[in-house]
Write a protein of this length. Structure first.
Length: 745
């Protein structure tokens, strides 16, 4: 047998390959001895173990005993069927910790690790308090009412929970439904029609048996504290829980509206009680989304709801701060007596209570969702939580990244409901919370009221930490087979004569409810179109990357053999001076960031617009001017200085017009076909801008809108120095055109 040793966080990981027989056990023991006593825990990755003999099992037991002496233990990962069978036959499957993956094993080890023990005395009882490693947890609710529809789950899905449910398939379940309590190792139910006889699932049955949930409440994650309570006089479990809550609030700084509780109590004569509950302060947290049983007052404005399992007198409960170890010691059917209430009249001599401090509440069904991501992108934990919350009504989803987006990430989502039926495709967008909040507001104000069919319908929102997500539906017309791609893809790969109608559809049909209602009012163009709002360090970047000083009034442009106005000097000195200048001009609702990757086209060439975080009334030509720099700077060939010179000659023609409706001359002498396409679309954009402003001819509002996004190219980290030079010279030509217009006026 090969034994490979690695470590994570100083926790040794032994990866085993081959036969764990007598000789393999000898190799294993030698490797373990070489590790020494550096860690109280050890992880064994067993996916490569094809056989285990009694000698191999003896080595595992010996290592487990030595690690337990140091308050640690083994964690077996990815057990193969032969190893699992040996553990089951020897009834040791509950004696070892196990986990499906190394990451899960690491989490288990961290949860079992703890700090120093501090002792206190409350109500005559001694409390030994230990802060656990990790401590991240959340409350989970399942179902809505005790007589509601059933949700099929597994024991691993529920974790620590209590409520109303039963074991088995849904057929003929009514007779088996009743109060239930579960842990990751076993579960019990007291059927309402079973004459007071409880039923339990443990061991292999707990992994295979479906559980039907009508309503439940539970806690997932790891405990923050473990507190051992002992006393000379016997005590009730709820008395100990009250002491623990008082201690957590007063001395541990852990007062929360809700706390999860898992307790194991021992009677003086043997046996005892396991309890799972949630402590609440209704005044601070008015309600939870699910029915969670009777709430028992325990003082200080707190109540507790939960359930318990009585443990027979002959069972041996392992004491200590390791929750998993305590549960494994009683996870046999012959150790479990009956499902009882938390206020069961049982006097205890000792109890250990693990306290969970949840920071979120979520629907447990979120965990049942299977998420697949096309490609190599790994979902951040916050993104995964958002996706699960938004698609909790689904059985599975496939997320296909839609490339593009500056601050947010967008996915096309194919989803199947709980019964395996394919649902309409949707879009998931995840971004910073503030930007997402703006987008939600813009959807309410400007999308739902004006362009619903060509915009997006927000089906739900979810938040996790600094991130927020939106679930969009805008593909209902063509059914579940709809496929969408960016307008950018059409622009790059189809003939110009096919691309022009798509832009016409976008500007004259999809967004017509915005653009066809211009309003004549006061505007502050220099203030509203400054690029420094998004890129406050733009002037410093220009000086650093392009060696252009913002204090020099002129810019040398040897590519054209000209001296031009320095656009960065204009931005630094003229924009502030003119910020308070206002004038009458047309405004409309504008997208604010209309680009070729915020427009989607389906297979029938229906056009859909997304990303409304910047949508609001503004300069009526803003959206048209926003697209022009994209076509020039992002989608044309710029591989040589000759390409740059040809493109700047093209810019001379574009900036030569004096009136908004005048078609710009085509002055390009290169061979890039996308430049000719850009000229066609730019001429179209300016013509529609002229129509939207009711044939006002002033170019200044258009130039300022183009400048805002031309300046910004200098700060784009993905752009080459030559592209940034192109943008700087283009901005200089626009500044010259503006000066000529002003001097002519």
């Amino acid at each position: 047998m090969d034994v490979h040793v690695s470590s994570i966080d100083r926790i040794p990981i032994l990866t085993l390959h081959g036969r764990f027989d007598g000789f393999g056990a000898l190799q294993f023991d030698e490797t373990v001895q070489a590790l020494g006593a550096s860690s109280a825990f050890c992880i064994l990755e067993c996916a490569g173990v094809a056989y285990m003999s009694s000698i191999g099992l003896r080595s595992l037991v010996a290592l487990e005993k030595s690690l337990r002496a140091r308050d640690g233990g083994l964690v077996l990962v990815a057990l193969t069927r032969p190893v699992q069978q040996v553990l089951e036959l020897t009834k040791l499957e509950a004696w070892f910790r196990s986990a499906p993956t190394v990451d899960a094993a690491i989490a288990l080890v961290r949860a079992g690790s703890h700090g120093p023990v501090v002792e206190q005395t409350i109500s005559g009882r001694r409390l030994a308090v230990c802060r656990m490693a990790g401590g991240a947890s959340c409350l989970e609710w399942w179902g809505s009412t005790a007589d509601g529809p059933l949700t099929t789950v597994g024991l691993a899905d529920l974790g620590f929970a209590f409520g109303v449910g039963g074991f088995g398939e849904r057929v003929d379940m009514q007779a088996g439904i009743g109060a239930f309590v579960c842990t990751p190792w076993f579960a019990g139910v007291l059927p309402a029609e079973a004459h007071g006889v409880s039923d339990f699932i443990t061991g292999g049955a707990s992994a295979a048996m479906p559980i039907q949930i009508a309503s439940a409440l539970g806690v997932a994650g790891t405990p923050a504290f473990a507190i051992e309570i002992t006393a000379e006089e016997p005590f009730m479990l709820l008395e100990a829980v009250r002491d623990v809550c008082d201690l957590a609030a007063a001395d541990l700084g852990a007062r929360r509206p809700s706390m999860g509780i898992v307790a194991v109590g021992e009677r003086r004569g043997g046996g005892g009680l396991l309890a799972v509950g949630v402590v609440r302060e209704p005044a601070r947290e008015p309600g939870l989304p699910a029915s969670s049983g009777d709430h028992i007052p325990i003082g200080s404005g707190r109540t507790i709801a939960g359930g318990g399992v009585s443990i027979v007198a002959t069972a041996s409960i392992r004491a200590g701060f390791d929750l998993q170890d305590a549960l494994r010691s009683i996870a046999q059917a012959d150790a479990l007596s009956g499902v009882v209430g938390l206020d069961a009249p049982m006097l205890l001599a000792r109890a250990t209570i693990w306290v969970f401090l949840p920071d979120t509440i979520r629907g447990g069904a979120e965990k049942l969702l299977r998420i697949t991501v096309d490609g190599d992108l790994a979902l951040q934990p916050a993104w995964d939580a958002i996706a699960r919350r938004l698609y909790a009504d689904c059985q599975s989803v496939t997320l296909t990244p839609l490339h593009g987006g500056f601050n947010s990430k967008t996915f096309r989502v194919s989803a199947y409901d709980r019964d395996g039926r394919r649902m309409l495709p949707t879009v998931l967008k995840i971004g910073p919370a503030a930007i997402t909040a703006r987008e939600e507001q813009a959807n309410r104000d400007y999308v739902a009221r004006f362009i619903l069919n060509n915009g997006t319908t927000v089906l739900g929102d979810a938040h996790e930490g600094e991130w927020s997500g939106l679930r969009y539906n805008f593909l209902g017309v063509n059914g579940p087979e709809s496929r969408v791609v960016w307008l950018r893809d059409h622009y790059l790969h189809r003939p110009t004569e096919d691309v022009v109608p798509l832009f016409e559809t976008l500007l004259t049909r999809a967004l017509k409810p915005w653009y066809a209602q211009p309003k004549w009012e006061q505007v502050w163009l220099y203030r509203d179109h400054t690029p420094l709002r998004l890129f406050p360090h733009l002037l410093e970047v220009a000086e650093r990357d392009l060696r252009i000083s913002c204090d020099a009034p002129l810019l040398d442009c040897p590519e054209l053999g000209l001296q031009l106005p320095n656009p960065f000097h204009f931005l630094k000195h003229e924009y502030p001076r003119r910020a308070k200048d206002s004038r009458l001009w047309y405004t409309t609702v504008c997208h604010g960031d209309l680009n070729l990757q915020n427009v989607l086209v389906d297979e029938r060439e229906n056009v859909y617009v997304i990303d409304f975080s910047e949508t609001r009334p503004r300069n009526a030509v803003s959206d048209f001017a926003r697209i022009e720099p994209i076509l020039k700077f992002e989608l044309t060939r710029l591989e040589s200085d000759d390409d740059l010179r040809r493109l700047l000659e093209f810019e001379v023609g574009l900036t030569s017009v004096k009136r908004l409706g005048d078609p710009p001359p085509f002055t390009y002498r290169g061979d890039d076909p996308l430049v000719a396409r850009a000229h066609t679309i730019i001429a179209l954009l300016r013509r529609y801008a002229d129509v939207v402003t009711l044939f006002e001819t002033d170019m200044l509002p258009y130039w300022l809108a183009v400048l805002e996004w031309t300046y910004s190219v200098v700060c784009y980290t993905q752009e080459s120095p030559r592209q940034k030079r192109y943008a700087a010279c283009s901005a200089a030509l626009i500044c010259r055109a503006m000066q000529e217009l002003e001097s002519g006026a």
